[in-house]
Ligand binder design. Structure first.
Ligand code: ZN
Length: 309
């Protein structure tokens, strides 16, 4: 049985975002604290005792406090059930939480060579001493089984694959320390329970749904999918920014080529949006957009939601 906990469902900045006065952020600060959400990450476990984080968000410390499954075992002075962190990209909202895991507990970081090169290029990550924190490269289309701290198998198989996306925004227009060939910048993950064969997909960033991606996703027990914006020009129309969803490497939820339409009719158990930006009206429970998403079979999960496959 694979257990999945949604540690955070929001996009970069979270809800509310520190400098944002949009309607969703204002409501989240005042009469609707239930709208608050931390930056996107999930935790997965096959045995319920050892967990792997998919990305380490800047909100990781807060997420760990809020998640009993990830607390140190009772009676131990130093312990963490977190056996590893799998990184899907090198964005700030995927890697900064690693700096909150610096107190000497052993775990392993799994990431594409491109992302490992970003960690290597930024010396602050050396706070994670390689004696305790191994860094293992993962390859596109090469399934691997992350291991527990004692080297035994976790019972989880992870298949990273290339997704249409973008390089980390802070590297835009700059030389990438891992090379500028575009490969490995944005990964999707298929996460399988080796005992049952059931699997889910994690795609917190995806610029468009290709036929290849559709055929991958069909048959999954759950899909956690890029829900950054409702419509492509949402930030511009709201006066919040000058970038489109596509310009940031994110597909819109709505529209003819949006995620809801693209994944309609596929045989998928649970469809959940993740990485939802605070500008996205789907966050408001009484909005027409929320109704459309839910009527189309999508869930807008709250932080802390656990599902089992
Ligand atoms: Zn906002």
């Amino acid at each position: 049985m694979l257990r999945v906990v949604i540690l955070g469902a929001a996009a970069g900045g979270g809800v509310p975002q520190w400098n944002c006065g949009c309607p969703v952020c204002r409501m989240a600060r005042t009469e609707h604290p239930e709208l608050q959400s931390t930056q996107a990450s999930i935790a997965v476990s096959a045995d319920g005792n050892h967990w792997f984080l998919i990305n380490a968000s800047p909100d990781l410390r807060q997420q760990l406090i809020a998640t009993p499954q990830l607390h140190p075992r009772a009676g131990q002075l130093r312990h963490s059930p977190i056996a590893g962190v799998i990184l899907t990209n090198g964005e700030i909202d995927a890697v900064i939480g690693l700096l909150s895991m610096r107190e000497g507990s052993p775990f392993t970081i799994y990431a594409h060579a491109k992302v490992l090169s970003i960690l290597r290029d930024n010396s602050i990550f050396n706070v994670l001493n390689e004696k305790n924190v191994q860094r293992r490269p993962i390859d596109i289309d090469q399934a691997f089984e992350p291991t527990l701290p004692d080297g035994s198998p976790s019972g989880i198989e992870i298949l990273p694959f290339e997704v249409p996306g973008k390089s980390a925004w802070y590297l835009e227009g700059k030389a990438h320390p891992g090379g500028n060939d575009g490969a490995g910048d944005t990964l999707g993950l298929r996460i399988s329970d080796k005992a049952t064969g059931k699997y889910c997909y994690f795609l917190a960033a995806c610029a468009r749904v290709t036929d290849d991606l559709k055929s991958r996703l069909a048959g999954a027990s759950a899909v956690f999918f890029d829900g950054t914006v409702w419509r492509d020009d949402e930030l511009i129309v709201a006066g919040l920014g000058n970038k489109t969803g596509q310009g940031m490497g994110h597909i819109a939820m709505s529209g003819e080529s949006g995620a809801i339409a693209a994944l309609a009719g596929l045989d998928i158990g649970s469809k959940m949006f993740l990485h939802i930006n605070n500008s996205n009206p789907v966050l408001l429970r009484d909005s027409a957009e929320r109704e459309t998403a839910e009527r189309s079979g999508w869930q807008i999960p709250a932080d802390g939601t656990e599902i089992t496959l």
